[in-house]
Design a protein. Sequence first.
Length: 133
Amino acid sequence: MPTALLSKCGKLNKHEHEIVKLHTIYGFKILESVPNERGKFARTVSLFHHERFDGQGYWGVKSSELPPYVGIVSICDVYVALRSARCYKTAWSKEEALAYVQNHAGTQFCPKLVEIFLSMERNGLDYNYVNSV
C-alpha cells in the first residue's frame, strides 16, 4: 500500500479506494504458504473481512456465504477502527462505537453475531480467558 494513501487525512477518491481494497488480496497472497486449517482460516479472513451481510462489501460476497469467523473479525475490525483516532477523525466513545455496530446489524453485520458481540462487550468479556484458549 502506498504510504500516501495510508496516511491520507481526507476522503479517498474512487481510484484510491480501489487501490486500498487490494490489501485484502495482498494479505491473502502473503498467507498462501501457511499450511493446514490455520492457513485457510487466515487467508479467508484476509480476503473477506470487508464483506458485508447485505453483499455490499469489497467483493460483493454476502457474509452469510462465508464462515462465521469472518463476520466476527469484521465486527471487531470496524469496532477497533471506530475507537481509534485517525488523522481524519477522533476516536469514538465506546457507546458510540457499540451503537454503530448495533445500528448496522442486518446490513453491514450478521445480526446474530452483533447480538453476541454486544452482549460480550457490554457484560465485560474476560480477556484473560480468551488469551488462555
